[in-house]
Each structure stands twice: as C-alpha cells, then as structure tokens.
Design a protein around this ligand. Sequence first.
Ligand SMILES: [Zn+2]
Length: 471
Amino acid sequence: MTNTTGNLSTYVNNSMLNKIVVGNGSQIHTLGTGHTTLKPPYPPLKLQNILVAPNLIKNLLSIRRLTTDNLVAIEFDPFGFLVKDFRTKIPILRCDNTGDLYPLSLPSTRFTSPSTFVALSQDIWHHRLGHPGSSLLRVLNKQKSISVSKFSDKRLCQSCVFGKQVKLPFHDSLSNTSLPFDIVHSDGWTSPVLSTGGHRYYILFLDDYTNFLWTYPLSNKSNVFRAFSIFQTLIKTQFERPIKTFQCDNGTEYNNQSFHNFCTENGLVFRFSCPYTSAQNGKAERKIRSINNIVRTLLTHASLPPSFWHHALSMATYILNILPSKTKNNLTPTRLLYHLHPTYTHLRTFGCLCYPLLPSTSIHKLANRSSPCVFLGYPSNHKGYKCYDLSSHKIIISRHAEFDENIFPFAKNTNPAPSYEFLHSNLSSDPHSSIWTSVQTPDPLSTASPPNHPPTQPIHRPPHLLLLLQI
Ligand SMILES: [Zn+2]
C-alpha cells in the first residue's frame, strides 16, 4: 500500500471508493491500484496490486505478495532481513532495521549519482568498456546504464582494427541449464610471453546459466587443480551451491588423478570433450577468444608492454561480467548471478594516466600527495583503482584518483610499437602437453582473482519510501 501514485509505474483509478481497516481499527479510503518494480541498484523485484490510500502515513509491503510474486524467501534476524532467491538461495537484497520496524528505502530519481546522467561521448564508453561494438553500447544506453551523448556508426577505432583481428561468429546458446552452477565450463590458455607477475598461463571458469566468468593467471599449468579447488570453495561459500557438472577438454591439466578423485568424492559430474574434438568445449574456447580479443585491444590502445597481459586479463574479465549477453536477453552476468544491476560510473579507460590520492601517512609531509601512474584496472579485494606508479614501478591501490583518459604514458616510450601477436597463438588444449606434476604453491591470484563482491558500487539507502510488514 502506498499514499501516492508517484511511487507507481502503472496505476488504475477505481471509480468507487473502497475502504480498508488499519491497525487502530479506523477505516481509510483507497483510490485505485498500481504496479511498480524496484529500480537500480536494487534487484528488479515486482511490487504488484499496490493499493493507493492517500491517508496512509507509511507505505506498507505485503511479505506474502512479495515472496509469491517474485519467488523469493525472506529471512528475518535481530538486525534486519535478507531477501533470497527461493530456488538458488542466493541473497538478493539486505535491509537493516533502524528500530522496531523493517524499513526498505527505495532510490528515487534524485538518488542516482548525478554523474550517471552526464552524457559522455561514444568513444569514451567504447574505451572504458573494452571496445565493444556500438550495438552493445546502444543496449546499455537504452537500459539507462550509461548515457551516450551521440551515436555514430561511421567512427573508426584504430585499436579495434589492430586488436580484434578475429571476428567471432555469434552462436546461439545451446545450454539448457536452469540454475547457476548446473554446468561450469573451463579452459586454459598458454601465453608465450611471461607476465610481469610471473604468469605463463591462465584458466577460466564460466557458469553456463549466467555467463559469469572467473579467470586465474597461473605460473604453471600444474596449478590448474589448485585454482579449481579455490574456485569451487568460493562458489560453495558465497553461493551455497555445489557445482553439478564440470565441462572441460581432455588436456592433462584436467584429465588427471587429482581431478578424478575430487569429482568422485564430491559427486561432481566430470565431462570431457572427446580428444581432438574441442568443439564440444566450444563455449569455453569461444570465451577465451573473446577475452584475448579484448586483452589485445586494451594493450594496443594503451601501448602497454605485452608482459602486462595479466592486468588486461583482469580488466577483460571485469568488463565481460558487466556487459549485456545477447544469449541472455541482454541481461548482464552480474545481474543474472547477483540479482544486482552493475554500475558503470566508476569505470575508466585502461592504461590511461592517473593520479591516485596517496594517504597522508604513507608519504613525507612536504612530498606530493600523488605521482603519475598508469591505470591498470579494479582490484579484486577492494573498491578502488589499481595504479602502476611510473617512478617506483609499484602497484598502488587507491579509492580516489584523478584520470586523464586522453593520455597513455606508455605510448611515448614504445618505439617501435610493441607486438601483441602472441595473443593470436592457439589455445592451450594440447593433449600432449606436460605430464601432471605435483601441485605447487598457488600463484598469487591477486591480479585477476574473482571479486568477492559484485561489480557494483555500494548501495545507499536514502529514507525515501518506507515499506513495512502488512499485518
Ligand atoms: Zn576500439
């Protein structure tokens, strides 16, 4: 129930006045009914058949209606309540109480950061989002996730021309999964170039249902099982769901005793593509090509050394999880997995000049509060920016930074221009590759490990609309 039609997206006025009885026994009039949906950054929960009663002091929410209309469960605790997807048990929304009531504050149109509505050029969004085609930018613009000042189909991006040499065919999804982690696809890629972090390899895990992607750079293929163990623990802890089927190729990094034992002990179906028919693992292989296309384009655009590929990998993973998926009705993997709309206002162009604001405790009082850096992405364990200090050659993590997205510091120093041909090399699914060796110390997974939070900005809860339990 609500006291104003302003909260509704559709409204039907009833000609006859109806009355409802409220808590103290008195009666108040209702004028009509309407519907609405929670707006970003909240999950798009439906609120249907809302009664409009102008004399109502507080807006009230029927828990029964909310749970049945949206197939969600609600858990109350002393500090508030948690809304969970009924089937997956994945938390969708958390609300803390402020007294004896359970308020749910909805964002108004005034809530969203003003920068959301600052229209930026198509080029800026193209660069920030890893050089997607204009059709994807149009989808995001239509969804009001970003605001593009003017669209043009005639623009030419040199980095795309050099970076995306492989045109990927569009494939319909053959998946028939109905829940996250019913099937997880996996594949790996060997880099001929050693990364500055000491990586020669990366492995990906792709959830079939949501298209959400995790990548781990590794120093050695023999660390694949260790990365898988870390990944499956993450899924179990964060989503309280087991992986049911694991689909991979027949390479020795997967087809070995450690994997077989783990799957048998945990009831996990282990599905291999047949030798030399890697098309059966096509979804993961196509994803590797997509990732490498973005990695190559990001490095090209910023003129970064090829050995920075693991930073571009982390960035590509982040971006792919917030871009709409054509095979998922243009919903993003983040929306499908976390039930949250990703935010885009904090995005910046990979490899550009930036000045992170250094904490005053870390530097001499008279020293500069910042030094020129190169922006290398978003850290997995912090909200903020990963910045490469050009003088100390160290990575600085900062919540606050100034950016110049037209200057790319490495572009000045690279003559001749670096080659990124290594990213065209074949996929690593070599059945004759190295024999399984004992698991080594895990790689530092800090560069492209999955975020322990969805790629969204923190949720603010202004006291706009109070929803309480209907008695
Ligand atoms: Zn481009």
